[in-house]
Ligand binder design. Structure first.
Ligand SMILES: Cc1cc2nc3c(=O)[nH]c(=O)nc-3n(C[C@H](O)[C@H](O)[C@H](O)COP(=O)(O)O)c2cc1C
Length: 208
């Protein structure tokens, strides 16, 4: 399958790899544009980068079969395997996902639920979910947009993302959430948001 924006670049020795996961089904929408801007800064600062459009990948939600509780592995063999390989090998992670129905959008949540296998490996089986030996500390950011400015509109999504980063052994450096951004491309009317995500893209490129 053709995957939009995927570089597939093999990292040069000693260079950080930065991965952006654009989780919205709206291609080139608000969160996706912010993620691309942050990733471009990482690239300019010398990282090897990869931009993933989550809707290019086909994966099921968790079946709650419980198999990973004893094996530490998911029984479903689909594109989530590839996605988790990329997430586990990245040094820097940018997760960009919009607010749908007061929470993180379904595509992002489905992938995060599939990380239950890493939770099981870590907490039930005492196995490392991610190999952290001989590599830089892993760091990342969360980017989100919501159409409204309702109180607490980002709270649920931030909780979910904090949990995901914890499971995947990535330090969540910053959550960058922008309210009152609804129509496709509307984020371009918020240059301060663009500047802020770029700033954190540059920060991610610095060694932690
Ligand atoms: C199905 C759906 C549900 C949404 N639910 C909310 C919501 O509960 N609260 C909110 O503030 N915005 C909501 N929005 C608006 C989006 O958060 C907003 O359009 C955002 O900019 C989308 O980002 P994107 O372009 O990256 O997809 C919803 C949009 C969709 C399509």
């Amino acid at each position: 399958m053709e995957r939009s924006g995927v570089t597939g670049v093999k990292p040069a020795p000693g260079r950080l790899t930065s991965l952006a996961l654009a989780c919205s089904p709206r291609i080139n929408g608000n969160t996706s544009q912010l993620a691309a801007a942050a990733l471009a800064e990482c690239r300019q600062a010398g990282c090897d980068t990869e931009f993933i459009q989550l809707t290019d990948y086909r994966f099921e939600p968790c079946r709650a079969c419980g198999a990973c509780n004893t094996t530490g592995k998911c029984v479903i063999k689909d594109d989530a395997l590839q996605l988790f390989d990329k997430i586990r090998s990245a040094d820097r992670l940018i997760v960009a996902a919009p607010i749908f129905s007061m929470g993180i959008n379904a595509q992002a949540k489905a992938l995060i639920d599939r990380s239950q296998q890493f939770w099981a490996a870590k907490y039930l089986l005492d196995r490392k979910a991610v190999d952290l030996e001989n590599r830089p500390a892993r760091e990342g950011i969360f980017i989100s947009c919501a159409g409204t400015n309702l109180p607490g509109v980002f709270d649920g999504a931030i909780q979910v993302v904090k949990y995901f980063f914890m499971i995947m052994e990535v330090k969540l450096v910053k959550t960058l959430c922008y309210s009152d951004v609804d129509l496709k491309g509307e984020i371009l009317e918020h240059p301060e948001a663009m500047e802020e995500v770029k700033e954190y893209g540059r920060k991610l490129a610095e060694l932690g």
